[in-house]
Design a protein around this ligand. Sequence first.
Ligand SMILES: NC(=O)c1ccc[n+]([C@@H]2O[C@H](COP(=O)([O-])OP(=O)(O)OC[C@H]3O[C@@H](n4cnc5c(N)ncnc54)[C@H](OP(=O)(O)O)[C@@H]3O)[C@@H](O)[C@H]2O)c1
Length: 245
Amino acid sequence: MRRLLPGPAELDDAGLVEAYRLPPGRSLRVNFVASLDGAVTVDGRSGGLGSPGDERVFRLLRALSDAVLVGSGTASAEGYRPITADSAVGRLRVELGRPATAPVVVVSRRASLAPDDRLVAGAVSPTVLITTGTADPGRRAALAEAGVRVLVCGEDDVDLPLALDRLAGLGLDQVLCEGGPQLFRAALRAGVVDDLALSMAPSLVGPAGARLLGGELADVVPLELRQVLEEDGMLFTRYGVRAAR
Ligand SMILES: NC(=O)c1ccc[n+]([C@@H]2O[C@H](COP(=O)([O-])OP(=O)(O)OC[C@H]3O[C@@H](n4cnc5c(N)ncnc54)[C@H](OP(=O)(O)O)[C@@H]3O)[C@@H](O)[C@H]2O)c1
């Protein structure tokens, strides 16, 4: 992988780690892969846009994070599983001197995670569900009973700043959000996104399928370009998110 900005350089594994390492302290980083025209799915999933380099960055961002935050739509569409010690991410985490596993945190207004979901059974770091007071109490109780850590953050809507405070209270400071588009939009509107890692695939997809943002923003969100890497025509950008709402 080569760095185009700041300062051209060839990046080895250690260089790539440093390119994505965040300073200590709380942060919310969002990671997406998108086509040049802003599509984030091909046939309903992100895989059709990926590349070996994107897979490396995806794994590295997981390895550097304390928790992986995801909307229930993405968890379901992409078949999310817990991060295990014997996975590529688990091994990379250990190489980087970090605990082998990290929790997946699912955001769902309706608590729409099934107690027999793969994210529920077999999670060494228990899966966290961030939901609302209006979610069915029976379902919340069943998930808690099955080992999910259920956090109620907000009554009708998930209060994302509160959710991130609650995660920080559990020692989960550096949170990686893997989307999807609805959750990304909500996080931007709430002003909680610090860093956007956007892999731009050298492809055009057209209007079918999901776009990067699941709906309108109240205002333009200005971004600050921090880094551009390249491999096989895929651009790996990092933007600082300065303003919100
Ligand atoms: N290319 C990429 O990098 C990439 C990344 C991620 C996802 N994707 C794709 O995007 C698609 C999924 O899109 P999506 O917009 O449905 O994804 P999503 O944001 O992951 O899921 C939407 C669901 O998550 C919950 N949710 C999201 N934001 C919430 C909030 N602020 N408060 C409460 N609940 C919230 C709600 O769940 P409940 O309905 O359960 O209440 C909502 O229906 C999939 O096809 C996936 O493959 C692509």
